[in-house]
Write a protein that binds this ligand. Structure first.
Ligand code: THU
Length: 129
């Protein structure tokens, strides 16, 4: 169904720089303009500087001028869910969007940002929306 996005995420996963964990993650983020932004995790010898695939894709899309997103795919070996930090950033920049988690065999699990981060802290809590 989201075959193009899934392919982009799986291809991006092959470009992960995961020297320390050897856990390779790919992401593909579709904007409402129809463009797809890939992301992969990029680790560092100073471990805490590592960035996840999801945030790489999001920050790259924002840097390209995108503001509105419609779907995120995350590709891993075993189809795991995004980490807590990424859930918060996805919520901030995408709001409630569909998220597809795909494993190496192509098996997909469908979820959403609000399902992954219920009762999220966000702009409304600062009185901004
Ligand atoms: N990782 C991601 O890229 N996305 C996630 O949501 C979970 C974790 C990366 C970070 C690190 O490079 C490796 O996976 C192991 O934690």
């Amino acid at each position: 169904m989201h075959s193009k996005l899934i392919q982009v995420a799986q291809d991006a996963r092959k470009r992960a720089y995961a020297t320390y964990s050897n856990f390779h993650v790919g992401a593909a983020l579709e904007s409402s303009s129809g463009k797809i932004y890939p992301g992969c995790n990029i680790e560092n010898a100073s471990y805490s500087l590592t960035i996840c695939a999801e945030r790489t894709a999001l920050f790259s899309a924002i840097a390209a001028g995108e503001k509105d997103f419609i779907h995120l795919v995350v590709a891993t070996e075993n189809g795991v869910s995004p980490c807590g930090a990424c859930r918060q950033v996805i919520w901030e920049l995408c709001g409630d969007i569909p998220i597809t988690l795909v494993d190496e065999s192509g098996t997909c699990t469908e979820t959403t940002s609000s399902e992954l981060l219920p009762r999220a802290f966000g702009q409304k809590d600062l009185g901004l929306t």
